[in-house]
Design a protein around this ligand. Structure first.
Ligand SMILES: CC(C)(COP(=O)(O)OP(=O)(O)OC[C@H]1O[C@@H](n2cnc3c(N)ncnc32)[C@H](O)[C@@H]1OP(=O)(O)O)[C@@H](O)C(=O)NCCC(=O)NCCS
Length: 199
């Protein structure tokens, strides 16, 4: 599975990583606030350089464990963050979604827009049956993003992982292929509305 890159959305470009992205990647991977709920500690420049080398070739999915890792930019080239699609199971046609937005660019819907493009890729190009996301239960901005995408909260795992020195709860959100198809044909929803607004 090799996507046609770059992927263009209304306001963003999703493209393969380049060597020259190291400063932008380091700008968020070195921050404790941004990495608080991701499964690694802040990285120094040397560790980020190793990450970039790996990301350069993370542009297609062939087997379980492969990852698609795309830099997200504005049309003028400004780096906003990244989106990830993990190929979890060929047998079950299962994928996992990931996303990061640099704090300079949060609050604009860019994460939702980029993640939606990746969901579309998974369901419409990669024949996904199920796409899920896992997050620390305290990561409210991430939960809101997934709810804007129309993903279902399907599990709250209690004290299941020991992360950064403490036991943490994990939320699991998911979407199935039939749910994507139903959403794709539904009238557009207001991006800004929250679940509570719709109740
Ligand atoms: C999780 C994360 C991507 C969320 O970022 P975010 O900016 O809140 O999410 P989006 O980019 O989708 O923007 C949505 C916000 O912008 C607002 N917004 C403004 N214009 C918007 C638009 N056109 N469309 C959608 N939302 C818009 C929304 O109201 C929303 O704010 P709210 O949640 O306070 O209501 C970000 O906090 C992050 O990268 N965190 C660190 C890494 C991390 O934890 N990643 C997830 C691991 S599971």
């Amino acid at each position: 599975m090799r996507p046609d890159l770059p992927i263009r959305t209304e306001r963003l470009l999703l493209r393969p990583y380049r060597d020259t992205d190291i400063d932008d990647l380091h700008a968020w991977q070195s921050r404790a606030d941004v990495t608080r709920y991701v499964p690694f500690a802040p990285r120094d420049r040397r560790a980020v350089a190793a990450q970039i080398r790996r990301k350069l070739t993370a542009t297609q999915l062939a087997a379980d464990g492969d990852t698609l890792e795309l830099a997200v930019t504005l049309p003028d080239g400004a780096y906003v963050g990244e989106v990830l699609l993990f190929y979890r199971s060929a047998e079950h046609r299962g994928f996992e979604l990931g996303y990061i937005v640099h704090p300079d660019h949060t609050g604009n819907g860019y994460g939702t827009e980029a993640a939606r493009a990746v969901l579309r890729l998974a369901f419409e190009s990669f024949d996904a049956h199920r796409v899920y996301a896992r997050l620390d239960a305290r990561n409210d901005p991430s939960a809101r993003l997934l709810e804007r995408l129309g993903m279902r909260r399907e599990a709250h795992l209690v004290s299941d992982e020991f992360v950064k020195g403490e036991w943490t709860d994990t939320l699991v959100y998911a979407m199935l292929e039939n749910e994507w198809a139903a959403g794709a044909t539904a009238p557009p929803v207001n991006e800004r509305s929250r679940p509570s607004d719709r109740e």
